[in-house]
Design a protein around this ligand. Structure first.
Ligand code: NAD
Ligand code: TYD
Length: 363
């Protein structure tokens, strides 16, 4: 039985919807069964995976409301006609891994800056069509950004109007993308909202990132390459909570505003690794202390009371979310073993080969 659609936006273009957080947003939105239709536009880079949408595609009612388009957000010929069909664009598409941005920054500028620009231009064209009476209302544009735009925060918690001090090619490109989005609100009056999420974890997370890399390596009794002293701190946010926050900002966020999405679970990397090893019943001796990431941000932490005022609350306790995530990786080995093959080996050697060769036992 379908529920009544109380949402302001019934037709969504979700870019990057085959990635980790985007696919969760798509799965959870379709599972509401409220009639919302979604077009996913995804380039299917190494990080995109159609299998992430399998639960929705296996359900005939949900599959009927989902269209999948393989394409690049930086390609106006692909983006424009799709934008004409929707009430809102939610942009998850990005190159998202800091270590890859250090190895090869080019793709980060193309997707995280130029791609955002192409999406904004398509929305602006739709705004003009709305002004000319060719469509009912202009589309809303939601840019999914990151706490990393604040840079390393040694003490306290970042608030939305704090200075941006990105320090990696990834976070600099993300800052560029969201500043451009805001400029379209200021200059053209486009309906733009921005979210800045903290470190996200959960099922379908690409195994290049800390938590899934360490879980999957530990399952295989492989070394866990911990950067530097491992005392860097991150604030962990469950993917379902992150996707829920984006939905809330899409519906209730004020145009032109930015909303922090904090996890409320600040932990050092060492604490996270110890917790996941305990969950797996694997020894600390798997952990190797390796050469640090250049420019490694020591800490991220945000205040998200502005988002709380929209009625959002964080549902998943870190200990519960981590235990469920470990179980998911234990039970879905086909999913990650397929990713940890092909291109993966060359990446792993480039990123970790020398580091592991020169590593020492982690104290
Ligand atoms: P991800 O790397 O898992 O997914 C990115 C998706 O975008 C992939 O499906 C990929 O194929 C697609 N994509 C990449 N380039 C594209 C292009 N040019 N055109 C179309 N599609 C393209 O990333 P994620 O972890 O799901 O992150 C989603 C968004 O959330 C990103 O914008 C990221 O910056 C942001 N974010 C992530 C985190 C986190 O901890 N993962 C935290 C805060 C914010
Ligand atoms: P990551 O998952 O790459 O997220 P981000 O860099 O966006 O915070 O890394 C999380 C933390 O884990 C970060 O402090 C870097 C550290 N890390 C390691 O120590 N070893 C690794 O192999 C990876 C991928 C990350």
């Amino acid at each position: 039985m379908s529920e009544a659609n109380s949402s302001r936006f019934h037709r969504l273009l979700v870019t990057g919807g085959a990635g980790f957080i985007g696919s969760c947003f798509v799965r959870d939105t379709l599972a509401r069964r409220d009639g919302t239709t979604i077009i996913v536009l995804d380039k299917l880079t190494y990080a995109g995976n159609r299998a992430n949408l399998a639960p929705a595609e296996a359900d005939p009612e949900q599959a009927a409301r989902l269209r999948f388009v393989v394409g690049d957000i930086a390609d106006p010929a692909v983006v424009s006609p799709l934008t004409a069909e929707v009430d809102a664009v939610v942009n998850f598409a990005a190159e998202s891994h800091v270590d890859r941005s250090i190895l090869d920054p080019d793709a980060f500028l193309r997707t995280d800056v130029t791609g955002v620009h192409v999406l904004l231009e398509a929305c602006r064209a739709e705004q003009e069509r709305a002004a000319g009476g060719e469509r009912a209302a202009p589309p809303r544009f939601l840019q999914v950004s990151t706490d990393e735009v604040y840079g390393s925060v040694e003490t306290g918690q970042s608030r939305e109007d704090d200075r941006l001090e990105p320090r990696s090619p990834y976070s600099a490109a993300k800052a560029g993308g969201e500043l451009l989005a805001r400029s379209y609100f200021v200059t053209y009056g486009l309906d733009v909202v921005v979210t800045r999420g903290s470190n996200t974890y959960g099922p379908y997370h690409h195994p290049e990132k800390l938590i899934p890399l360490f879980i999957t390596n530990a399952i295989d009794d492989q070394h866990l390459p911990l950067y530097g002293d491992g005392l860097q701190r991150r604030d962990w946010l469950h993917v379902a909570d992150h996707a829920g926050a984006i939905g809330r900002v899409l519906e209730h966020g004020t145009s032109g505003q930015i909303y922090n999405v904090a996890g409320g679970n600040e932990r050092s990397n060492r604490e996270v690794v110890a917790a996941l090893l305990a969950q797996l019943g694997k020894p600390w001796s798997l952990v190797r202390q390796v050469e640090d990431r250049p420019g490694h941000d020591r800490r991220y932490a945000m205040d998200s009371s502005k988002l709380s005022a929209l009625g959002w609350t964080n549902g998943v306790r870190f200990e519960d979310g981590l235990a469920a995530t470990v179980d998911w990786y234990r039970e879905n080995q086909d999913w990650w073993r397929a990713i940890k093959s092909g291109e993966w080996d060359a990446y792993y050697r480039r990123q970790y080969g020398e580091r592991l060769a020169g590593s020492s036992e982690a104290p």
